[in-house]
Design a protein around this ligand. Structure first.
Ligand SMILES: O=C(O)c1ccccc1NCC(=O)[C@H](O)[C@H](O)COP(=O)(O)O
Length: 266
């Protein structure tokens, strides 16, 4: 069983537990207290490459990435450094995240927030909206066609933007079938963790005009971002590079082209 299947399996059990603790009807009631809308897609459509800065404590590929900093410290640094949006990893068992991380990010910044998780059940879509996120991730490789379409519909019904993540041409076709507006091309192979930026370059030419395209994973340098900008990528999703930096604000400014690079990482 590959890592994605393992994560999806454990996610399904976690969702069942949470559903018993907080029923869907309770989440629906909480939606009445949702705060103001922070448009996620709009934030990615500015000039140049927009940066979605990710809060990520650990991962299956890297192990522990950063301990000891609060969510507030990290996300406020990202906001000061010029992030267009935040990605908050809320998966617990493999990434050490929680929905409370997302709530804290919402309380302490004004940036639009993507819930980065393994969404396989409509309960999670309601949970995402109730926790104050503006967008969620749907990973095509983790879903069959019916679930992909249904979860996409549920998200739109709740005014959530959706980043639809693909790895190859077949997954891109499936994303286009549901008319996804924001396509994420993941440079990381989720079966062996290899990272290859050519995934973005190869798939980009198959994405029709009018879609927003996000290049995800394995991005570390200003040069990579400049290359992506040249080919017309709208945004990048960056986690490990920023989370390992002693000063995430400074690291973000460097990536965005605001300051000279330093090689310092934790
Ligand atoms: O990061 C992993 O090891 C991973 C493994 C299995 C499924 C998903 C995984 N990562 C989620 C992500 O998509 C990344 O956190 C995100 O794109 C940022 O990547 P990076 O800048 O390389 O931290």
């Amino acid at each position: 069983m590959n890592v994605l299947s393992r994560i999806v399996d454990s996610t399904r059990s976690d969702v069942e537990r949470r559903r018993r603790e907080v029923p869907l009807s309770e989440l629906e009631a909480r939606l009445a207290h949702r705060g103001e809308d922070r448009p996620f897609s709009e934030a990615l459509s500015g000039p140049g490459v927009s940066i979605i800065a990710e809060h990520k404590r650990r991962s299956p590929s890297a192990g522990s990435i950063r301990d000891g900093a609060t969510v507030e410290e990290i996300v406020c640094a990202y906001e000061r450094g010029g992030a267009a949006a935040l990605s908050i990893l809320t998966e617990g068992q493999h990434f050490g995240g929680t929905l409370d991380d997302l709530r804290e990010a919402r309380r302490t910044t004004n940036l639009p927030i993507l819930r980065k998780d393994f969404i396989v059940d409509r309960y999670q879509v309601y949970e995402t909206a109730a926790a104050g996120a503006d967008a969620l991730l749907l990973i095509v490789a983790a879903l069959d066609d019916d679930d992909l379409a249904a979860l996409h519909q549920d998200a739109m019904h709740l005014d959530l933007d959706v980043l639809v993540e693909v790895h190859d041409e077949e997954e891109l076709e499936r994303a286009l079938e549901i008319d996804a507006d924001v396509i994420g091309i993941n440079n990381r192979d989720l079966t062996d963790f290899s990272v290859d930026l050519n995934r973005t370059f190869d798939l980009l030419s198959d994405v029709p005009a009018g879609k927003l395209v996000v290049s995800e994973s394995g991005l570390y340098t200003r040069e990579q971002l400049e290359e992506l900008e040249r080919v017309g990528i709208d945004a990048v999703l960056v986690g490990e590079r920023l989370m390992r930096a002693p000063d995430p604000e400074e690291a973000l400014r460097e990536l965005a082209g605001g300051t000279e690079p330093t090689d310092e990482v934790l």
